[in-house]
Write a protein that binds this ligand. Structure first.
Ligand code: SF4
Length: 230
């Protein structure tokens, strides 16, 4: 388990909770629009934190923080994720997991073991475009299985998609809806090019017009309890 970053407080990343975010290194996807290059490539120059220091931080913040967001990279690649979650839960923190959905078995075990309280899964594209969106091949059946596991679980969850020109067309949002609806929450995120992206080409690509995205959201929001552009 390599911890590649810690954000000590967030009021927006864990709905309804004051939380910290712990970033684990490594990812099996290579989304060209990713802004976590150092985490994905496990950059040797990356700031790292020992588990000991992380848990000492959590102990000190008891009473001030409610939850911990486990983010990546892709956290489910870490074999120690179960013990890591158990230790966090042992300190009475709620856990939100951010995942790309590529490891449904791990997601299932984490849910069944009551080791996570909230899950946010990226649905990167319509399945026919998945490889283009993530830069590698993936078995999209696994992505669909993760979607189904999450929807059939009793924990709170959200699906989210970053919509990126040259990868997506606005109409792709409706195709993604077919893969996930009906569901609790679906958030659309407009692509931003203001950080150092995995593919430098995408730093030259402009975002979609938000009004265009909003028009589609108005058509699809009936399929979700909550659905908006963020
Ligand atoms: S955006 Fe893609 S490449 Fe970056 S961490 Fe998430 S899944 Fe991995």
């Amino acid at each position: 388990m390599k911890i590649g970053g810690l954000q000590k407080t967030t009021l927006i990343d864990y709905p309804g909770e004051i939380a910290c975010i712990v970033f684990l290194t490594g990812c099996n996807f290579r989304c060209p629009f990713c802004y976590s290059k150092e985490l994905v490539y496990d950059d040797p120059n990356l700031f790292t934190l020992t588990e000991e220091d992380f848990f000492s931080f959590l102990k000190k913040r008891k009473g001030q923080l409610d939850g911990c967001v486990i983010c990546g990279g892709e956290p489910t690649l870490n074999k120690e994720i179960f013990d890591f979650c158990k230790k966090i839960k042992g300190l009475d923190y709620k856990i939100k997991l951010d995942t790309n959905g590529s490891n449904p078995d791990i997601i299932q075990k984490l849910i069944k073991g009551n080791l996570i309280d909230y899950i946010a899964m990226d649905v990167k594209a319509p399945f026919c475009k998945y490889a283009k969106a993530i830069g590698v091949k993936v078995d999209t059946k696994k992505i669909q299985t993760s979607i189904d596991i999450i929807k059939n679980s009793s924990i709170d969850y959200e699906f989210r998609t970053t919509i990126v020109p040259e990868i997506h067309e606005i109409g792709d949002i409706k195709k993604i809806v077919k893969q996930i609806a009906p569901a609790k929450k679906f958030f659309i995120q407009n692509f931003r090019n203001d950080k150092d992206l995995l593919s430098p080409h995408f730093n030259q690509v402009a975002s979609f017009d938000e009004c265009e995205i909003q028009k589609v959201i108005n058509e699809i929001k009936q399929y979700f309890e909550i659905c908006y552009l963020r």
